[in-house]
Design a protein around this ligand. Structure first.
Ligand code: GDP
Ligand code: MG
Length: 177
């Protein structure tokens, strides 16, 4: 029997950038109604398989994906929401520049509670933007804590573009010793 471990991931980003939609796309295909609701926080669970190449061993990693419900300003995010998360997905809406400008703040907020953590940036709703404009964003984007950013993806919760990749990459990061 492969061993199963659980890890917490936080979703961060401005209101309406697609945090909840990315989780639904990733999780609901295979698990429905796997939500644990607490006040203002929703936790979705999904197990992914990770192959540890050097040990030829398979690990089943249960991802606990934390999401804030509604319009929660990032200043109002309590440390409790972020505590114990080794990784976070910081989401922006490629069609709203201000949400991209806030990415660094969200990363900083996460790192202030989890200094050893890592993040992946999702430039979401890429299905609504022309390809050359998307490439333009990639050319100019940079963050304050760049070394903590594992990857940047142009995602779409609508088409599913790069959604699995994000969570799979985070999973591999979290099983590293
Ligand atoms: P949240 O506030 O960050 O959780 O954002 P939601 O997941 O609630 O999404 C906000 C709105 O954007 C909803 O109307 C979604 O249907 C829409 N949306 C989210 N992701 C995408 C995407 O990738 N493409 C498009 N076209 N719409 C999206
Ligand atoms: Mg939401």
């Amino acid at each position: 029997m492969p061993s199963t471990i659980s890890k917490k991931i936080c979703m961060l980003g401005d209101f309406s950038v697609g945090k909840t939609s990315l989780i639904r796309r990733f999780v609901d295909r295979q698990f429905s109604d796997q939500y644990l609701s607490t006040v203002g926080v929703k936790i979705s669970r999904k197990t992914v398989e990770c192959q540890l190449a050097e040990q030829q061993k398979q690990v089943n990693l249960q991802l606990l994906i934390w999401d804030l419900e509604g319009n929660t300003k990032f200043k109002a995010i309590t440390p409790t929401y972020l505590q114990g998360a080794t990784t976070a997905v910081v989401v922006a809406d490629v069609n709203r520049q201000v949400t991209i400008e806030h990415i660094s703040d969200h990363i900083e907020c996460f790192l202030s509670v989890n200094p050893k953590g890592f993040v992946i940036v999702a430039l979401n709703k890429s299905d609504l933007l022309e390809k050359d404009k998307m490439e333009n964003i990639f050319d100019f984007i940079s963050f304050k804590n760049q070394d903590k950013v594992m990857a940047i993806y142009a995602t779409s919760a609508k088409t599913g573009l790069y959604v699995d990749e994000i969570f799979q990459k985070l999973a591999y990061q979290m099983i590293q010793p």
